[in-house]
Write a protein that binds this ligand. Sequence first.
Ligand SMILES: [Cu+2]
Length: 277
Amino acid sequence: MTPVLKLAAFAGVLAVVFGAATLAGAAIGPEPEPEPAAMRGEHGEMPAADPVRGLAIAAGGLRVVVEDPELARGREQTLRFRIVDERGATVRDFDVEHERRLHLILARRDLTGFQHLHPEQAADGSWSTPVRIDAPGSYRLFADFAHDGEAQTLASDLRVDGAADLQALPAPARTAVSDGGYDVRLDAGAAGPGEEADLRFTITRDGEPVRTEPYLGAGGHLVALREGDLAFLHVHPLSEESVRFAATFPTEGRYRLFLQFQHDGRVQTVAFTHEVR
Ligand SMILES: [Cu+2]
């Protein structure tokens, strides 16, 4: 993708997020209120703006269909799904976003077990990827893509049978260690709900600053999931060098931030609990 197209795609994502935030802000005035926009919409006071994605199995005329949502625990298997239109026909054409035509995110309901996968598309339009899930429980599958220039995040449940040892969300913290042992610090400022938050990550290893390698055309990749309903925010940094993101958290509450970056040819994943109030 050319830099111009990439910027245009990024601007599109921002426009969706900020557009929704602007609508909500215009209706409720300068003081943010905790009630969700959808509830106000029911009373006819404003259009039913949807500030979050990833809560629905179907939206915008598209639906995600998982072939078999029950996965066996502890062994690699193939996960298959399709995106279908209103007539049930499989959608084949997707726009490239962040170097891929579809991003697949998995997370357990307690916000553990995060995975970011890039499935392959078959000639019939269906998607598949090898996946292995070791811990039982109820998982959310997020298919993040753009079709006809419109960004979508559709979500569906997956089951992994067995007694789930569900975890409480870790307390908010400014430092965390990646799965490969990198130390990461988050500076997030004090943005409230509906305000643009400046999320800056500083990465070190053994006390030395780490300069990340490009990953999916950027300095890093960030997914934010809201505690309670796993609403999905998907934002990218503004440059290919820094690990810095602009994100608008739609409501107060706690969010789990999953940062991925690449160094020495390997992708690192690190998670933070971030509180918005
Ligand atoms: Cu991806």
